[in-house]
Design a protein around this ligand. Structure first.
Ligand code: ADP
Length: 298
C-alpha cells in the first residue's frame, strides 16, 4: 500500500502543481486520470524521488519514500513520460547496461535477468535490433523491462499510451495488467479508456487537487439515472451548451452526440443513457473549473 498524505508542490514560478494530495493506493493497477497540466507528472516525479515536495509525506509500507530516497529508488521502477534511449544500442545491450546501473553486477545472474525481462515484455526476438529502429509500442515495452529490473514493489508509468496505435496500446496495457497482479502500479494518463480497460481503482486530479478516488464501477454508479443523450446539429451545439450541463460532445457520423447531466429528464428530445467513466471524468473537470472560477471571483 502506498500512502500519500497532504503532498504539496509550488514551482519557483508560482504555479501550485500539487495542492495537498492525500491518497491511498493499494496493490494492483491504479489509474491516475487528469487533463494536461493537472499535476500528474509532478506527482509521479515526486513519488519517483526525482524532485522534492514542499510538504506532506509518502509511505510505501514502512518506508518513508521522501526521506529514505536511496531505499525508495531500490524498490521502485519508473517509466517517465519522455523515455530517452540510445538509438544505436541494441535492446539487449541497453537493458544489460541498465541492470548494471541498478546494481546487478555479476555477469551470470545479469544475463539471466536480461533474458527473462526481454521474454516477459515480448522483445526477445528483436533483442539484437537497435533501439532507434523500434516502434513506439516496442520502445514502451522496453521501458517497462528496464523499470522491472530489481523487482520493484512500486511501478510508476507516466502517460505511456500516448502515441501508440490501438494494437500496440492493447499489447502494452495487457503487459501492465500482468505486472500489476503483484505490485503497486500507478498509471498516469489523460486517456479515460486506459483506466476503464485496466484499473480496478482510480483517482481523478485536476488543477493540483484530488477530485475523486475509488472504483470506476462505483463512481459510474453515482451518475446512474442522471445522464441524458441527444444527437444535435453543429449549429445548435452552442445553444445546448448554454442551456445544459454538457458533460461531453462526441462526433458520430458527422453529427454531435452530447451527454448532459441532470437529475431529471431535460425533455427536448433527450433520452436516458447508461453513464460511463468519461461522464464521471468530464463531470469532475466541469466541477473543478467551476470551483476555480468561483475561487478567482472571491
Ligand atoms: P500533467 O503531468 O498533469 O500534465 P504537470 O505536473 O506536468 O501536469 O504540470 C502541472 C503544472 O505545473 C502545470 O501548470 C505546469 O505548467 C507546471 N509545471 C510543471 N513542471 C514545471 C516546472 N519545472 N517549473 C514550473 N512549472 C512547472
Amino acid at each position: 500500500m502506498l500512502k500519500i498524505r497532504d503532498l504539496s508542490k509550488t514551482y519557483a514560478n508560482g504555479v501550485q502543481a500539487l495542492k495537498g494530495i492525500t491518497l491511498d493506493i493499494p496493490t494492483g493497477m491504479f489509474g491516475l486520470l487528469g487533463p494536461n497540466g493537472a499535476g500528474k507528472s509532478t506527482l509521479m516525479r515526486t513519488l519517483a524521488t526525482l524532485q522534492d515536495a514542499d510538504g506532506g509525506s509518502v509511505h510505501l509500507g514502512d518506508l518513508d519514500v521522501l526521506t529514505d530516497k536511496v531505499e525508495a529508488r531500490r524498490r521502485l521502477g519508473y517509466l517517465p513520460q519522455e523515455f530517452g534511449v540510445y538509438p544505436k544500442v541494441t535492446a539487449e545491450a541497453m537493458l544489460d547496461h541498465f541492470a548494471i546501473l541498478k546494481g546487478v553486477v555479476e555477469r551470470k545472474p545479469r544475463k539471466a535477468l536480461v533474458e527473462a525481462l526481454l521474454n516477459q515484455v515480448n522483445l526477445w526476438q528483436v533483442r539484437n535490433r537497435k533501439l532507434g529502429t523500434f516502434s513506439g509500442g516496442m520502445r514502451q515495452r522496453f521501458g517497462i523491462a528496464q523499470a522491472l529490473i530489481g523487482q520493484p514493489d512500486l511501478l510508476i508509468v507516466d502517460e505511456p499510451t500516448a502515441g501508440l496505435d490501438p494494437e500496440e496500446r492493447n499489447r502494452f496495457l495487457n503487459l501492465l495488467a500482468e505486472v500489476g497482479e503483484q505490485v503497486v502500479v500507478i498509471l498516469s494518463t489523460h486517456i479515460v479508456e486506459d483506466v476503464t480497460d485496466l484499473c480496478p481503482r482510480m483517482a481523478i486530479i485536476a488543477q493540483g487537487q484530488l477530485r475523486l478516488s475509488g472504483e470506476p464501477i462505483e463512481t459510474i454508479r453515482s451518475l446512474e439515472g442522471r445522464v441524458w443523450q441527444k444527437t444535435v446539429s453543429k449549429e445548435s451545439l452552442p445553444k445546448h451548451i448554454a442551456a445544459h450541463t454538457v458533460l461531453s460532445t462526441r462526433l458520430v457520423g458527422g453529427r454531435s452526440v452530447i451527454h448532459v447531466l441532470d437529475d431529471a429528464n431535460p425533455g427536448d428530445g433527450f433520452s436516458a443513457v447508461a453513464p460511463d467513466l468519461e461522464d464521471v471524468y468530464f463531470g469532475e473537470l466541469r466541477h473543478a473549473a467551476a470551483d476555480s472560477s468561483r475561487a478567482q471571483a472571491v
